[in-house]
Design a protein around this ligand. Sequence first.
Ligand code: GTP
Ligand code: MG
Length: 149
Amino acid sequence: VQETYVMVKPDGVQRGLVGEIISRFENKGFLLKGLKLFKCSKELAEEHYQELKGKHFYPKLIEYITSGPVVCMAWEGIGVVSSVRKLIGATNPLQAEPGTIRGDLAIYPGRNVVHGSDSPENGHREVALWFKADELCEWVPAQLPWLRE
Ligand code: GTP
Ligand code: MG
């Protein structure tokens, strides 16, 4: 089964959008496996965004992600990776559809309030990067029979 790493970025935390953003995924029906408020190091931010090293915005991206606490989440479910990306919306919030998180809550790529893994492989990689094994919880929500056959 798939898992994905979702993060409320420092602007989302500073703007008081944590509850709003978590609710989008909770309401959809995915399973929350891990959750923490965390101030990440430069090393961790660089490891997380290793694929973007060399882009013109990379130094500002690292500064942004390490500028304050983030809220780290691991979500599980069939098809969770691409579904979460759709719920988040396009990288540039001005291009993101209304109804998506970025489409509703942000205006600038460098302040786009939330991250979601872009592939199942990166989902596993990023959950393992941001969470220790004992910070992840296996559990069965009582409403599971009402979420899927
Ligand atoms: P993440 O979920 O955060 O990985 O965003 P994404 O997958 O939609 O975009 P991508 O991985 O290509 O870029 C990572 C992050 O870098 C984006 O979410 C933005 O915060 C930032 N970023 C990307 N492109 C630009 C840009 O052109 N300008 C600025 N300032 N930031 C950018
Ligand atoms: Mg990305």
